[in-house]
Design a protein around this ligand. Structure first.
Ligand code: IVH
Length: 668
């Protein structure tokens, strides 16, 4: 066929195939027999083969899965992918509703949606074409899984409008596909997937896209990350817009005007949950209006305008076989229950942390007991209680040892702590746990260097401290169990890549007590380099808003240690980056505004702007806006109908402004 005719026919076939695909996989309403679809696909494949210049990335032929990748690229999300706060019962939901009403008044509605139990993904479209898809990763940086996502027929490769946007959704494996997959795996004597979520995640994290293509995955999209040139007023309008563009949204969502209506929706779905052809693990409740969402804003971890109700955990009975002791990174010795393996909420459980001796006494747990086990938040196994009526008299009580199970140093109980600690800084268990922490996702994020490999390297004495990781060689790694040429190459590459991490990842990875990942970011931002971080005094540190005395002391004490200096020098010599690479904070002293450096609370209704906008403007001018009035509040801005916060501010003699005064000062 000539080029011109071929081009016309190719376009025709693509449009028809896209339409049939949409009808089948999004609308669940096929209009042509499979054979007809296959015939057209063959024709298109053939034409594209004859005219390679007419091939495009968004052609339906591109779904079949191209050649395997070497590894996944990391990609930074344009807008962080946050997670949601959880509600475990009616009381939590009513608390959430109260918090929302306190901030935005009574005039709003919720949207309730099913919480799909799959894998969160971000999809990027440019001019209506699917260009990239990524996993959530740590929320800031995910992995590029475009090739795998393209194999999901419910993801449109072209939209009905030429918009540029980011869309978020949950990729999942339908229950029947999961059952079939596991049946096949059983036949082939392969390991079974514990649940559909793991199966979906495992399929999308395969380097060979043909595997994902064979796994029958689907997706429900539930939100717009960013969109160019389109005004959307509410989440529900957003969902309608997504459907119009050709996406598969979940049809069961519902607008609810009151929290009672939300609770009814939840009760309904708690019963109907088994009838669905896909797994859900809860219900997501969102404030519908986007303006009100903005007004509510975010906490450090999650939006204030939404919450995830989690279905109650399944409880099962099993036998507690023994109690094992583990020494953690900070030397805390934790007792762990070893259980007779039992299936809970889709996965097999054989261990559960018992936290500390007090808890064991409180629950009167003995070795040999039959115990009730559940998964807290459906993730972490927990021993709920003991079935005393099933005791035979053979059970044995448990007491914590006096010495460390790893290094035999005396254990100590620090003031005000329930935990017992090994305080030997050279305790091998602590060193190993410290290494595992260093490579973990929120720290240096070194793929391929998990607990198993670290333990092997440590046992073989190839690594003693974190700096040794950067001295590992091909010859050493290839000797380890289950390590091939490819995994060694990938691992060395991942180690090399981690050298370029921004300073906060390293700071968090060092495992300084009281310095979590968020605090590490604040410190890196404030000090900019490891050298100035190491010179910081307690006063310098305490001058930072988010840093309290405990953290300040701990940081200074950590960097006083000569061995830490040696370690940092070794890391430097290995080429590990020692500077902060993110956006620079503006110092409050540089801002010429009455609001700079003040702690401010907003309350009541503002008439000239939303509370969200007011907060943003104040923060731009260097203020810290908090939710409740306390002694450290410098100023209260009170709109109309201000209530208890106004009273409290009056009683604490805090300066109070009305909206007019606020707007006047803002304009200066
Ligand atoms: S909204 C800011 N809606 O649940 C976060 N999430 O912690 C907005 N999920 O990681 C998320 N179904 O992967 C939203 N209908 C739904 C969802 C949903 C499943 C997942 C999502 C997220 C987690 C919430």
């Amino acid at each position: 066929m000539e080029n011109e005719n071929a081009s016309k026919r190719i376009e025709e076939l693509r449009e028809l195939l896209n339409k049939y695909n949409y009808e089948y996989h999004v609308l669940d309403n096929p209009t042509v027999p499979d054979a007809e679809y296959d015939r057209m696909m063959d024709e298109l494949l053939k034409l594209e083969e004859e005219h390679p210049d007419l091939r495009t990335e968004d052609s339906p032929t591109q779904r079949v899965g191209g050649p395997p990748l070497e590894g996944f690229q990391k990609v930074e999300h344009r807008v962080p992918m946050l997670s949601l706060g959880n509600a475990f019962g009616e009381e939590d939901l009513r608390d959430f509703d109260r918090r929302v009403r306190d901030r935005i008044g009574e005039n709003f509605s919720y949207v309730c949606e099913l919480k799909i139990d799959g894998l969160a993904v971000s999809l990027i479209y440019e001019d209506g074409r699917f260009v990239r898809g990524a996993t959530r990763g740590d929320g800031t940086i995910g992995e590029d899984i475009t090739q795998n996502l393209k194999t999901i027929p419910a993801i449109p490769l072209r939209l009905s409008e030429q918009v540029s946007m980011e869309v978020r959704g949950e990729a999942y494996m339908p229950k029947p596909s999961f059952m079939k997959l596991n049946e096949e795996r059983e036949k082939n004597e392969q390991d079974l997937f514990a649940n559909p979520r793991n199966a979906a995640a495992g399929s999308l994290r395969q380097l060979d896209p043909k595997i994902a293509a064979s796994r029958n995955l689907s997706i429900f999209v539930y939100g717009v990350g960013t969109v160019d040139g389109k005004e959307i007023d509410s989440h529900s309008d957003g969902l309608d817009y997504l459907s119009d563009l050709g996406f598969k949204t979940n049809p069961e969502w519902k607008r609810c005007d009151t929290i009672d209506a939300v609770i009814d929706y939840i009760e309904g779905w708690s019963e109907r949950r088994p009838d669905l052809s896909y797994e859900i693990d809860g219900i997501v409740v969102k404030v519908d209006s986007l303006e009100q969402q903005e007004e509510l804003g975010f906490t450090a971890k999650s939006p204030r305008w939404a919450i995830a109700y989690k279905f109650p955990a399944e409880e099962v009975v099993t036998k507690l076989l023994d109690i094992e002791l583990n020494v953690g990174r900070t030397g805390v010795v934790t007792p762990t229950a070893l259980l007779e393996p039992v299936l809970v909420a889709g996965t097999t459980v054989q261990r559960a942390s018992l936290h500390n001796e007090d808890l064991i006494k409180e629950k009167d747990i003995k070795i040999g007991d039959y115990v009730v086990v559940k998964k807290a938040g459906d993730i972490i196994p927990e021993v709920v209680s003991v079935l005393e009526e099933r005791r035979t008299g053979e059970e044995q009580g448990f007491a914590m040892p006096e010495t460390c199970p790893e290094c035999e140093s005396d254990l100590v109980r620090l003031e005000e702590e329930v935990a017992l600690r090994c305080i030997n800084p050279k305790c091998p268990a602590q060193l190993r746990e410290g290494l595992i922490h260093f490579v973990s996702r929120n720290a240096m994020n070194i793929d391929g260097l998990g607990e198993r490999v670290i333990t092997q390297l440590f046992r073989e004495e190839l690594i003693h401290d974190v700096a040794d990781i950067y001295q590992l060689t091909h010859e050493q790694l290839i000797e380890l169990e289950r390590m091939g040429e490819k995994s060694v190459a990938n691992l060395l590459e991942a180690i090399a890549v981690s050298k370029d991490n921004s300073l906060e990842k390293l700071l968090f990875g060092l495992g300084i007590r009281h310095v979590g990942s968020k605090a590490a970011k604040t410190l890196a931002q404030q000090f900019g380099t490891m050298d100035s971080m190491m010179e910081a005094t307690v006063e310098d540190l305490e001058a930072i808003n988010e840093v309290g005395q405990k953290m300040a002391d701990s940081v200074v004490r950590y960097f006083q240690n000569e061995e830490v200096h040696e370690l940092v020098d070794e890391l430097k010599a290995a080429g590990v980056n020692m500077t902060y690479k993110g956006p620079k904070p503006v110092s409050v002293e540089d801002i010429d505004s009455v609001f700079a450096g003040k702690t401010i609370v907003l309350t009541g209704k503002l008439s000239q702007m939303s509370r969200g906008d007011a907060k943003k403007k104040l923060e731009e001018q260097g203020a810290k806006v908090t939710g409740s009035v306390s002694k450290s509040t410098d100023l209260l801005i009170a709109g109309e109908d201000a209530g208890s916060k106004l009273e409290k501010a009056e009683s604490l003699n805090i300066e109070i402004w009305d909206e007019n005064k606020f707007v006047e000062e803002l304009a200066k």
